[in-house]
Design a protein around this ligand. Structure first.
Ligand SMILES: Cc1cc2nc3c(=O)[nH]c(=O)nc-3n(C[C@H](O)[C@H](O)[C@H](O)COP(=O)(O)OP(=O)(O)OC[C@H]3O[C@@H](n4cnc5c(N)ncnc54)[C@H](O)[C@@H]3O)c2cc1C
Length: 379
């Protein structure tokens, strides 16, 4: 690159951090601005399966293969599908898979350890990206300003404050709300439930609702109860400040299901929160604007079905990093990245949208089983 731009990355999620790492390796300076106060300000969420041709590839390109192998849980790739009576309809132990699970916190830790600590400015909640008369951009955080920057990369997730500079689109509610809950120390405290879920993911759908449970590291289970409801239904129906009451109310929604499902809810800790699922339209794109681009959920948030979101975010980061390093002119690097990304993301986004449309439909579980049999095969 003949001229090295001043680069700001907004957001220290998986996308922003992979990009920061790649630029660091190439000795291109960049600053990451993150609204969280510090690395452990909030639990980073559940388990993610990293795909060989995207999430894993991004970590290889970032030189973090060895760290990845240290945190990868190949043993937790199983899949089970039950009906509401607790009858097992599909089971695969997952031992032949190449989509190992990693805990989000472990992923963030290896990425943070791979860049100098002063690359990140914590506690910086971006309110606006402001264009300057000279063609560069300032970042506005409440009353404070940082800049100028030649290139601002929005890696700031679903509700990106960078996106309005390139696109008028906002993520739309998909009609599905997840209620997330967690179970600690499951192997020791709830061995029956541990055996019911198995080593990986468990899925059950019936009566217009679903339950997905994922095994995380450290004998933790993360559960999602899924409903097709108006966007404000969960907050209007549950008191999430009173976890015991919220669990009891959630269990009522699953009355008539096998006792294991109800026991999973009652075994939950006090982390019980609503997650209304939003998505940008399939094929979301924008005309290139010099000096601003987006990666990950900021560019193409999709429903979590298919488990592509984090993989797509990390691959975006790897590709943008590669184009910035390889291009003679950074502006061409960014526009090439965008053109390729718009095409690349259509397929996973279409899959995620299709899954949202059919989840909890009259043939919902039939489709899940068909997908499992075609793509995973009975174990
Ligand atoms: C319930 C649920 C389950 C999911 N399960 C899976 C799964 O199993 N597999 C999978 O691949 N994907 C899953 N996803 C999707 C996945 O979480 C995202 O696709 C992925 O995290 C996107 O990474 P990112 O770096 O683009 O954004 P994010 O991970 O959202 O990171 C954005 C970062 O930007 C910061 N930020 C946001 N706004 C600002 C601001 N104004 N100023 C400064 N910083 C800001 C945030 O604090 C955060 O650190 C799931 C999503 C949900 C909602």
């Amino acid at each position: 690159m003949s001229f090295v731009p001043r680069i700001a990355i907004v957001g220290a999620g998986p996308g922003g951090l992979v990009l920061a790492r790649l630029l660091h390796v190439a000795a291109i300076p960049a600053t990451v601005f993150e609204r969280e106060a510090h690395a452990l300000a909030r639990p980073q969420g559940g388990t993610l399966d990293l795909h060989a041709d995207s999430g894993q590839l991004a970590l290889q390109l970032a030189g973090l293969d060895e760290d990845f192998r240290r945190i990868a849980r190949y043993e937790d790739q199983g899949n089970r599908v039950y009906d509401k009576t607790g009858t097992l309809l599909f089971s695969d132990d997952g031992t032949h898979g190449d989509r190992p699970e990693v805990d989000r916190t472990a992923l963030r830790e290896i990425l943070l350890a791979s860049i100098p600590a002063d690359t990140i400015r914590w506690g910086q909640n971006l309110s606006e990206v402001r264009p300057r008369a000279d063609g560069a951009y300032d970042l506005i955080f409440g009353g404070e300003t940082a800049g100028p920057f030649d290139l601002v990369v929005g890696a700031d997730g679903t509700w990106s404050r960078t996106r309005p500079l390139v696109s008028a689109y906002k993520p739309q509610y998909t009609g599905l709300t997840f209620i997330e809950f967690g179970i600690d120390d499951v192997d020791r405290r709830h061995p029956v439930l541990s055996a019911f879920v198995g080593r990986g993911k468990m899925d059950a759908q019936s009566d217009g609702r679903a339950m997905i449970i994922q095994r995380n590291g450290n004998a933790h289970l993360r559960g999602y109860a899924i409903f097709r409801v108006p966007a404000d239904w969960a907050t209007a129906t549950f008191d999430f400040t009173a976890p015991t009451l919220a669990r009891a109310r959630l269990a009522k929604e699953f009355e008539g299901w096998a006792p294991e499902f109800l026991d999973l809810i009652h075994a939950g800790n006090d982390h019980i929160v609503p997650r209304p699922i939003h998505a940008l339209p399939v094929g979301h794109h924008w005309p290139t604007r010099i000096g601003v681009t987006l990666i990950g959920d900021a560019a193409h948030v999709m429903s979590p079905f298919g488990g592509e979101g984090v993989n797509a975010a990390m691959l975006d980061a790897a590709e943008l990093g590669r184009h910035l390093v390889e291009a003679d002119d950074w502006k061409t690097g960014v526009s090439t990245y965008e053109a390729e990304m718009f095409e690349r993301v259509v397929e996973p986004a279409a899959y995620a949208a299709e899954a949202v449309a059919t989840e909890l439909s009259h043939i919902g579980q039939e489709l899940t089983l068909k997908h499992m049999n075609e793509h995973i095969g009975a174990g």
